[in-house]
Design a protein around this ligand. Structure first.
Ligand code: CA
Length: 232
């Protein structure tokens, strides 16, 4: 029995039913809400492990729901977006969401996102973010000595690449937007700098990934940003 409790905030009844039926079939527990205000209340009273949040709710905007919940909770939030444009997903991620699903999505996609989020949850609960070293698959970062290793071999990364790697590592499982990365690594959020971020990412990947064309560690979200995956 999976003890994970999921809050589903979705006003579209068929979509909500698809989600809750899927959750039930896979042993998840859930609570559901059709409004944003309701979602904030359910989040406060049930303390869910993961929130699936539709961005287009009838009362308050999904982004506002994220802001309110983030005022007291780090619970992973996966937003469900009806629009194919990236801007609402980017706004949601910048407001503190962890991941996104675009409608229409398949049951397999939903379950895959939940698995990624559960791995992130496990890392958060183990307090990895505060530890002196980071381990993920064959990657090891020794924060105290500012060194990174792949399969025991030291990675020859530049100070900027190291900063970028640490930011991604500390947020393993979470999609980070270009803007967030630029602000936290370069202290800038200029649209024009996304090009230099791409260049740094490409050189970092050449060092980190055995096959940079099919990366295992750093996932690209085209038009949105990047995510460090938990590698087994
Ligand atoms: Ca909706």
């Amino acid at each position: 029995m999976n003890k994970i409790l999921i809050l589903v905030a979705e006003d579209d009844t068929p979509v909500r039913n698809l989600i809750t039926t899927t959750l039930k079939a896979h042993g998840y527990r859930f609570v559901a809400s059709a409004t944003g205000e309701g979602a904030v209340m359910e989040a406060a009273s049930h303390n869910p492990d993961i929130i699936l949040l539709d961005l287009g709710l009838p009362d308050i905007d999904g982004i506002e729901v994220i802001r309110r919940i983030r005022a007291w909770s780090n619970v992973p939030i996966i937003v469900i977006s009806a629009r194919s444009e990236d801007s609402d997903k980017i706004d949601a991620l910048d407001a503190g969401a962890d991941d996104y699903l675009t409608k229409p999505f398949s049951v397999d996609e939903l379950l895959a996102r939940l698995r990624v989020t559960q791995r992130r949850l496990a890392l958060m609960q183990n307090g990895t973010a505060q530890e002196a070293a980071y381990e993920n698959g064959q990657l090891r970062i020794d924060y105290a000595h500012r060194c990174a290793y792949l399969a025991g071999e030291e990675l020859r990364v530049t100070p900027m690449e190291y900063k970028l790697l640490c930011l991604l590592a500390r947020n393993t499982g979470k999609v980070l937007t270009h803007k967030y990365i630029l602000q936290n690594v370069w202290g800038s959020s200029l649209e024009a700098d996304i090009g230099s971020l791409r260049v740094f990412m490409a050189t970092l990947r050449k060092k980190l990934e055995k096959t940079p064309d099919s990366p295992r560690y750093i996932q690209t979200h085209i038009g949105i940003g990047y995510r460090m995956m938990k590698v087994e």
